[in-house]
Design a protein around this ligand. Structure first.
Ligand SMILES: Cc1cc2nc3c(=O)[nH]c(=O)nc-3n(C[C@H](O)[C@H](O)[C@H](O)COP(=O)(O)OP(=O)(O)OC[C@H]3O[C@@H](n4cnc5c(N)ncnc54)[C@H](O)[C@@H]3O)c2cc1C
Length: 346
């Protein structure tokens, strides 16, 4: 019989960030991953830390703000454990307001917009400038995995979680490779959780032409363009993303990629001749109200869930790890978790 304090199913950014936080607090952790760690949504993402995106539900803001405040210490912990620095690639975002949003004094004049990004053709869109960072989720994943491997966290890859049932003070977890016993169990299986659904997102990466030295994220309700700087100058940009109900299908369709690129080109015409470098798809874990599920699973003793981070799991990982670790170790969470209560759907 193997026993850990806490068993986590799912080695995406949510499961592994929580594992690290709990390990830091002295818990013995086992993580079960059905395939390879960080091989799903967490490396398909664009990496925007978009706390102030007007498309986010207002109830997401406290968790988003907490995460932004925790990001520096989260990255420092990853660096201390892994020896790998995760750089921030951008520090501001031009955000187009949705049509229904009221005018605000923050809306940039045509002159101000031209000064920030002369290549932008805004049309009749109203843009504001946000203090917002982005990072490369692949770099983050490399550092996160190396950090986990530098600890005593037991990470079992190719080990599918099948079921968990409470027995006394413990939880008995069935996997495809035997039984695990733990005091508590946390479902971090993202789009595979029975409480969430997958929302497919297709994306592409292009080489930035020399005529477009883009250093700012550009985002409208329909499209975003996220520059990545490999060195001092941005060399590529991520363009995304579709939002589709397609089950667990991750097929990339050239017609959808061409449509995304055309939408981006309507904002930044210099992208017309940009070379396509890569395209891919990932599965966002979504809930009906677009808010994550964070907390105890109702009527199942010692069962918890941290899933359903939809379009913001990279942003929300540090705060999710923090508040879930507080909950699991009997502390009062730093913010009210009632908007994210699993009992609203379970
Ligand atoms: C195209 C796209 C763009 C995005 N852009 C952004 C962005 O700019 N900013 C942002 O903050 N977020 C973004 N996101 C959202 C973000 O990627 C997700 O919210 C986040 O990665 C969810 O993390 P997770 O750990 O819950 O899920 P995942 O990374 O999907 O991890 C879940 C893991 O659980 C494993 N698993 C599933 N079932 C089992 C089982 N039965 N047993 C064991 N293991 C199991 C899976 O194999 C997987 O490794 C984007 C997502 C997509 C798809």
């Amino acid at each position: 019989m193997q026993h850990s304090d806490i068993c986590i199913a799912g080695a995406g950014i949510i499961g592994l960030s929580l594992a690290l936080e709990l390990h830091h607090r002295g818990a013995r952790i086992t993580v079960l991953e059905q395939a390879m760690p960080l091989g799903e949504a967490s490396t398909a993402a664009a990496g925007m830390l978009a706390a102030a995106d007007p498309d986010n539900p207002p109830a997401l803001r406290p968790l988003s703000d907490l995460s932004i405040s925790l990001y520096p210490s989260y990255l420092t912990r990853l660096r201390d454990l892994s020896g790998l620095e995760v750089p921030l690639h951008t520090s501001r975002a031009l955000q187009a307001l949705p049509e229904h949003m009221a005018e605000t004094s923050a809306v940039l004049s045509a002159d101000a917009l031209r000064q920030i990004l002369p290549q932008l053709t805004p049309g009749n869109r109203r843009f504001v400038l946000l203090d917002e960072h982005s990072l490369d989720p692949r770099q983050l994943a490399t550092a996160l995995l190396a950090a986990v491997r530098a600890t005593t966290i037991e990470l079992r890859t190719q080990t599918k979680f099948l079921s968990a049932k409470s027995s006394g003070d413990a939880v008995e977890i069935q996997t495809a490779a035997g039984t695990v016993h733990a005091s508590q169990f946390v479902d971090c299986t993202g789009a595979w959780s029975t409480q969430t659904a997958p929302k497919k997102g297709q994306m592409l990466a292009v080489a930035l032409p020399a005529s477009l030295p883009l250093a700012t994220v550009v985002r409208t309700p329909d499209i975003y363009i996220v520059p990545r700087a490999a060195g001092p100058k941005p060399t590529r940009a991520i363009i995304g993303a579709t939002v589709e109900d397609a089950g667990f299908d991750k097929t990339v369709h050239p017609a959808d990629i061409a449509r995304l690129k055309a939408q981006a080109t309507s904002l930044l015409p210099q992208l017309a001749d940009a070379t396509l470098l890569e395209s891919w798809a990932g599965l966002r874990p979504v809930t009906a109200d677009h808010l994550p599920l964070l907390g105890a699973t109702p009527s199942r003793t010692n069962h918890f869930i941290a899933a359903g981070h939809y379009r913001n799991g990279i942003l929300l990982a540090p705060a999710t790890a923090h508040v879930m670790a507080q909950l699991l170790t009997g502390e009062t969470p730093a913010i009210s978790l009632s908007p994210y209560s699993p009992s609203r759907v379970l």
